[in-house]
Each structure stands twice: as C-alpha cells, then as structure tokens.
Design a protein around this ligand. Structure first.
Ligand code: FMN
Length: 339
C-alpha cells in the first residue's frame, strides 16, 4: 500500500509518503524569499523517493509570520523563488505542495500580534490585539492572494494550516475564541473564518486542497474530536480533498508522544467523516506505515523528523516491504543496489 499511487483530482502521487511541512527558519533579512537552503533541502527528499514534498508553512502576511525567518507568500516578490523550488522538486521526481498560514497569537515578531480574542499563549508572552471585522476580512483576502501565488508558482497541492494553535485554530477553539460576534460563540460561528478562507482560496485554486487540523486540543474546555469530525464533514462538503490530522499546539502543554500517537485521530476522522486523511506523528517504521494504510486508518503517511534524519527513508522502506522501486537514473546502478 505504501508504494501504491494515490490520486486526488488530476494529481497522481507515485506513493503514499508525504514529507510533512517543517519550518526551516532559513530566510534572510525578513524577506521570506526562498534561499539556497530550501533549494537543497526539499529536492533532496524528492530524490529520496517521497511521493509528495510539502513545503513549510509560509506566511500570508508579515504579521502572520511565526518568526522573522519564515518563508513568505505575502507578496508577488515570492513567486519566482517558489517557482524555482517547485521546478527543482518536480525534476527530482516528486509532486510538491505548500502550506499557507497565519500565526495569530503565536507570531514571534516585532510589533503587535493579532488573534480572535486578547488572550496570550502563555504568561510572559505578548497579548494579541483582538481582530476587528475589517481586519478579519483583510486576512481572508490575504489567503486568497496567497492561493493565487501558489497557483502561479505551479505547486501541485495547497494546504491551509488550521492546526497547532495558529490563527485559524485560535478561531475554531472556544479556549482562544471568546468573541460574541459572527466569528464566535457557537461551533458554526467559530468555523466561519476557516469557511471563508476555504471559499476564498477556492476562487484562485482548483487543485488538490488539504487542511491541517489539531484534532486534539488537550484542553477539556476546547473542541473535542467530535467537533473536528463535524468540521471535517463541512470541509469535505466544501471540496477539501484531504484532512491532514495533527494535534496540540493550542495551549502550552506538551502531550506524551509515542509511535503513531496521532493515528487514532486520523482514523476517526477518515471513517466518521468519510474523507481522506493524512496520519502524522512519530511514524518511523515501514511496517507501521503499511499497517495504517492497510487498515484504512489514513490515506497518506506524513513523515516529519524521520525525513530530516534520513532523506532516503523511502528506499529503505521499499526494501523492507519487498517493493522494487524505480530509482533515479543516476542512482540505478550505484550504491543503492548494495543496501
Ligand atoms: C523542525 C520542525 C518544523 C515544523 N514546522 C511545521 C510547519 O511548518 N507546519 C506544520 O504544520 N507542522 C510543522 N511541524 C510539525 C511536523 O510537520 C510534524 O507534524 C511533527 O513533527 C510530527 O511528525 P514527526 O513525528 O514525523 O516529526 C514541524 C516539525 C518540526 C520538527
């Protein structure tokens, strides 16, 4: 299963292995422009046989950066660099996506930060300003403009970052959203920002659309898994192709982790909302990835840190599973045969 193709709209992934989005904090001078580091790092995983390389969260606006070193997609000046990166990853044999984001109250930048409500992430951190309706409308517009740039840079997949306690997650959760206007107060109203972002993104992007969520907020006052199943049903109806299921990051709490710790969440959403999901979180063994797919607990396997340590994970996984991979021509008669 791990090496079987997966089709979403017109895109066919050669296997189910996805490089999970991972910030590289590698941009210079707060420009958000693609650097040589990105041009080396991402294609290396494509050479390593990953089916889909997901480029790190890229900020739709300056104020939405997680750090001053984040990749940006807030301006047209970012398109050329991203396009060059896309071309390199495709040349190296993988499909390529990008995650677009706004960091909300978790932005680590100079100046004011914003959120649905004026509640800081933790003691000692900046208190965000509560967003006005006009500011919210501007952010929706910024996501739309970012989507147009994703299209112009010729990415295959667009992922909206609605997880890890960043702006969209902050709107979804009652812990961080205490608004009493049309963007807060009920489950539906808390979903409104994400709904508007999906709708606006879709006016510029008709390719495969993923949304990453934190399906466990680790707070008894927060959304439950059932809420995320409900949100996933709504997203499916709106034309979202896959829910990339992560957890945590909303509050200052680190859960205990172990191999596959988030898989039950991807499984529950996939099977209750009847929507394809991606599973992520300490998936390291090929046999484990295979078990998740065979038991229909998820459709794609997102690998994070494992691919940082071992860009060629897919080759070893194929050998372990007895699959003969088509190697890049330049590797086909060299060291890889001796593994
Ligand atoms: C260095 C680093 C940067 C990350 N940056 C992002 C990011 O930009 N967007 C995101 O959704 N998750 C991010 N994550 C989380 C990973 O995508 C992944 O969900 C997490 O590491 C768990 O998977 P793993 O155990 O396979 O690493 C990051 C993780 C790491 C280690």
């Amino acid at each position: 299963m791990l090496f079987s193709p997966f089709t979403i709209k017109d895109l066919s992934l050669k296997n189910r292995i996805v490089m999970s989005p991972m910030s590289m904090y590698a941009c210079k001078d707060e420009t958000g422009i693609v650097q040589d580091w990105h041009r080396i790092h991402y294609p290396a995983r494509a050479i390593g046989g990953v089916g889909l390389v997901m480029v790190e969260c890229s900020a739709v606006t300056l104020q939405g950066r997680m750090s001053p070193q984040d990749l940006g997609i807030w301006g047209d000046e970012h398109i050329d660099g991203l396009k060059s990166l896309v071309a390199l990853v495709k040349t190296a044999g993988s499909a390529v996506g990008i995650q677009i984001s706004h960091a909300g109250r978790k932005a680590k930048i100079d100046g004011p930060i914003v959120a649905p409500s004026a509640i800081s992430f933790k003691e000692g951190e900046k208190t965000p300003e509560e967003l006005s309706i006009t500011q919210i409308e501007n952010i929706v517009q910024e996501f739309k403009e970012a989507a147009a740039r994703v299209r112009k840079a010729e990415f295959d997949v667009l992922e909206i970052h609605a997880a890890h306690g960043y702006l969209i997650n902050e709107f979804l959760s009652p812990v961080t959203n205490q608004r009493q206007d049309e963007y807060g107060g009920t489950v539906e109203k808390r979903f409104r920002l994400l709904k508007e972002i999906i709708e606006s993104v879709k006016t510029e992007w008709n390719g495969p659309l993923f949304v990453r969520v934190s399906a466990d907020e680790f707070d008894t006052e927060g959304n439950s898994l059932d809420h995320y199943i409900y949100y996933s049903r709504l997203m499916k109806e709106m034309g979202v192709d896959l829910i990339d299921v992560s957890a945590g990051g909303l509050i200052n709490f680190r859960p205990k982790t172990y191999p596959g710790y988030q898989v039950p969440l991807a499984d529950a959403i996939r099977n209750a909302a009847d929507v394809p999901t991606g599973a992520v979180g300490l998936i390291k063994q090929a046999g484990h990835a295979e078990e998740i797919l065979r038991n229909k607990r998820a459709d794609l396997i997102f690998l994070g840190r494992e691919l940082l340590w071992n860009p060629h994970w897919a080759y070893a996984a194929a050998q372990e599973l007895g699959v003969v991979l088509e190697l890049p021509q330049s590797y086909s008669w060299s060291w890889i045969k001796k593994l």
